[in-house]
Design a protein around this ligand. Structure first.
Ligand code: NAP
Length: 470
């Protein structure tokens, strides 16, 4: 390693440390923003160091520089535009699109490396490295799988599982072709064989995601995110870039942990998610049953009075809060209650909303005090001594069926024990089901009262009434 190259490698070590530090800071909402900035700065340093390395090596042609500059500008512009304009509720499909780009780019690095080896050694390929093969396999699966996932979430492709007879056999066949051909490449390096691996892996990615139902998509996206990281780490080995190896390994490891946490929070195994059809249950029947049952409802003004007389309130936010974009209103309500001496906290379920950390992100955006945010284990023991559990646009995460109804698709999922509070106020627009498509027995609990309406409008009205009462 030349002296100059050695300096660049040292910079990469610094960058790796910045990535780790950034991730560590993201552990707490109070430091998450700084963590993001540290990791961002690390990425900028890595890109600049790589450009300096390229300039120093003198191997990039004029055309190569044009491609690098135009590509970087185009990619940055699209990324910036997407990140700034996308709605919070559309974040999962954006992440999925980014996964596709990451996986595809990583696979292209390996394909090009292999192709270049052939052209350099007069048509004869060098040995096939295990990193090249894994990069192509995982990167291609991620690319096509993520495009299908983004399409499903965006509604371009039907969200329900797309299943046809013999699909598993086709999947098995594609896996055998991809892995078998990859193994063949170790004894006989061959470009056409590489092409077969790419095509079979692309087809496998499509077939892997098509049968997965809407409710499971966030878990699958997290899994594909872990794949992207692994493919990028493999690309790092192919071109021997340490920053890429470390960044890829961090994404691969954190994505895998997140996938496991989400699957656990839904009490499902990963195999069950990949092979199952959750979120596609017979919701029509469940909701029909709900239509006949008796529920109690009050106006927002009366809810304000009930809240004003409480001494302890736990707010349970869910997907409806995000859909209504009512994060500022819920924080204003919490503030108004706190000002009146009410003890207020938020119960955050790990899979509330439609993406990991959805509620934390929303509430942080509205500057909810971090000390009021409590996770499931911390908040559940508090419900029995709570006067009002105020459930805002949450449904599945407070459904007691998860505790005892073995036939329920959410059986076993840990829930927030809102039903153990003295009173439950449910803010939602109707008796409709949540993402799992099932009825919620909390609706018919004598302790439960609905405040029907859009979360933003109801919360605004409650805050106005609380302020009017002084
Ligand atoms: P949910 O069960 O999907 O229920 C959300 C409720 O919000 C709906 O019942 C809906 O009822 C109401 N709503 C919608 N728009 C509203 C508005 N504008 N104002 C007021 N209410 C509104 O949500 P959740 O309790 O947060 O549970 C999340 C679900 O997603 C779970 O089943 C979880 O397993 C699944 N999931 C989440 C993740 C994740 O990463 N977060 C990952 C995988 C799966 P109305 O139509 O009657 O208003």
């Amino acid at each position: 390693m030349s002296g100059f190259n050695g300096y660049i490698q040292l910079v990469y070590v610094l960058v790796a440390a910045m990535f780790v530090m950034g991730l560590h800071l993201m552990n707490s909402p109070a430091t998450a923003r700084r963590g993001n900035q540290v990791a961002q700065a690390g990425m900028v340093i890595a890109v600049v160091a790589t450009l300096i390395l390229l300039i120093h090596s003198g191997t990039v042609t004029a055309t190569g520089w044009v491609v690098i500059i135009v590509g970087s500008l185009l990619g940055s512009a699209v990324g910036l535009w997407a990140a700034r304009t996308v709605q919070m509720t559309a974040m999962p499909q954006l992440v999925s699109a980014f996964n596709a780009v990451g996986g595809g780019a990583a696979a292209l690095v390996a394909v090009y490396g292999y192709y270049e080896a052939e052209s350099r050694v007069t048509g004869v390929l060098g040995t096939t490295s295990v990193f090249t093969v894994l990069d192509v396999l995982i990167g291609s699966v991620t690319f096509s799988g993520s495009i299908i996932a983004a399409g499903k979430l965006q509604g371009v492709i039907p969200g329900q599982p797309i299943i046809f007879k013999g699909a598993r056999l086709v999947n098995l066949g594609l896996a055998v072709v991809a892995i078998g051909t990859a193994a063949y490449m170790f004894s006989t390096p061959s470009l056409p064989a590489l092409l077969i691996v790419v095509l079979a892996s692309l087809a496998f990615g499509v077939m892997m995601v098509l049968p997965i139902g809407g409710a499971d998509m966030p878990v699958v996206i997290s899994l594909l995110n872990a794949f992207t990281g692994t493919a990028v780490a493999m690309a790092g080995f192919v071109i021997q870039n340490w920053a890429l190896i470390v960044a890829g390994a961090l994404v691969g490891a954190s994505g895998s942990i997140l996938t496991k946490l989400m699957a656990d929070a839904m009490n499902r195994s990963l195999a069950n998610i990949i092979l199952g059809g959750f979120g596609t249950g017979d919701s029509a029947i469940a909701v029909e049953a709900a239509a006949d049952a008796q529920v109690r409802s009050i106006a927002a003004d009366d809810a304000a009075i009930q809240l004003a007389y409480a001494s302890k309130v736990i707010i349970v936010p869910g997907y409806g809060l995000a859909a209504a974009q009512a994060q500022h209103e819920v924080v204003a309500l919490a503030q108004a209650l706190t000002d009146n001496g009410v003890d207020v906290s938020y119960g955050i379920h790990p899979v509330a909303g439609r993406m990991p950390g959805h509620m934390n992100v929303l509430l942080a955006e509205a500057n909810a005090p971090y000390t009021q945010l409590k996770d499931l284990e911390e908040v559940n023991p508090e419900f029995p001594r709570t006067d009002v559990a105020l459930v805002v646009g949450a449904n599945d995460v407070v459904n007691p069926a998860a505790r005892h109804d073995k036939a329920s698709p959410i059986y076993g999922m840990p829930i927030l024990d809102a039903d153990k509070a003295r009173h439950v106020l449910l803010i939602k627009r109707s008796l409709n089901a949540g993402f799992a498509g099932i009825d919620n027995e909390l609706y018919y609990d004598p302790k439960t009262t609905f405040v029907f309406g859009d979360a933003k409008q109801v919360l605004t009205r409650i805050v106005e009434e609380l302020k009017a009462q002084g």
